[in-house]
Design a protein around this ligand. Structure first.
Ligand code: HEC
Length: 286
């Protein structure tokens, strides 16, 4: 009997701890500003030019540390994405050396990349990546926009209303908002903030210490846009976040389109069924 009481006590204590821990982490939730994205909402579609600029930023800045292994070269040319001309993508793939094999002698060999190859591998494995980056691991960014989200910074009783609002407007761009906030979140640490060695202060990152140095440290002009869009850090962050939203869900445009077709189909079917029902039962009612 005593034993049961003891374990009950432990459970209550653990529960209380969990609640207080949650309360503490809720207090630390960081407000991430929502951006307006061309692909947001039920009718949103990608801005191809923006995805192309985002890929340029990824190539020139992020790809030295981050892989994008779930995206293949052919995806860059397919409908619903950046839609680069296929010849250009072929040439880009061919400029990469891809390991293939084994050949007839059992040896692995290198060959120029093909449309069907994934984007380049940088690290043999996570350990190698960590040893290069001082113990930190730059994650593959393919699914990053799905893996992160924004938190509702409001009293708990407001949350159901915020969730309802998000459902009504079809909000699912939290990952893009977060990536944008991280990339523009490098600031001077506030007075008295203790930054650990090799870490960088970031206003949007949980705990405010991030191992990634500001990728846009060189500031405006670091990447040269060709389409007349101003070459600013703000635009780099926005465009690469949009691009990473696409990599995390390359079929989103198609899915939204099919969704509307299905709804239209259901409406037409309902009307037809209603008319049929009226006709059949009219003889009984009178
Ligand atoms: C010099 C190497 C380097 C470059 C260049 C770089 N990153 Fe990182 N990145 C890292 C490292 C290391 C981490 C892990 C940080 C940590 O866990 O503290 C990281 C983490 C991230 C994260 C995850 C943050 C989280 O919530 O866990 C995102 C998103 C990200 N990087 C995006 C980018 C983008 C977009 C670019 C290009 C504009 C970029 N990075 C360029 C090294 C780099």
């Amino acid at each position: 009997m005593f034993k049961i009481h003891k374990s009950l006590g432990a459970m209550v204590a653990a529960g209380l701890l969990a609640v207080t821990a949650q309360a503490a982490s809720a207090a630390e939730a960081i407000k991430i500003e929502r951006q307006s994205w061309p692909f947001s909402g039920f009718f949103g579609t990608f801005d191809k030019a923006q995805l192309q600029r985002g890929f340029q930023v990824y190539q020139e800045v992020c790809s030295s540390c981050h892989e994008l292994r779930r995206i293949s070269y052919r995806n860059l040319a397919q409908p619903g994405g950046p839609e680069f001309p296929e010849d250009a993508v072929k040439a880009l793939a061919a400029s990469a050396q891809v390991e293939d094999g084994p050949d007839d002698t059992g040896a692995m060999f290198k060959r120029p990349g093909l449309l069907s190859d994934p984007l380049p591998k940088i690290y043999a494995n996570e350990k190698e990546a960590r040893s290069i980056h001082n113990g930190a691991y730059p994650p593959d960014l393919s699914l990053m926009a799905r893996a992160r989200n924004t938190e509702n910074v409001a009293p708990w009783y407001i949350h159901p209303f915020l969730m309802l609002r998000d459902i009504l407007v079809g909000y699912q761009e939290g990952g893009a908002d977060y990536i944008y906030a991280i990339l523009t979140g490098y600031k001077e640490p506030p007075e008295g903030f203790e930054l650990m060695e090799g870490m960088h202060y970031n206003a949007a990152f949980p705990g405010h210490q991030i191992a990634m140095a500001n990728p846009f440290a060189a500031g405006d002009g670091q990447v040269q846009y060709q389409d007349g869009t101003p070459s600013t850090v703000e635009n780099y962050a926005r465009d690469v976040a949009a691009f990473l939203y696409w990599t995390s869900d390359p079929k989103v445009e198609e899915r939204k389109r099919i969704g509307w077709v299905v709804i239209l189909y259901l409406i037409v079917t309902s009307v037809l069924l209603y008319i049929a029902k009226k006709r059949i039962w009219s003889r009984v009612e009178h």
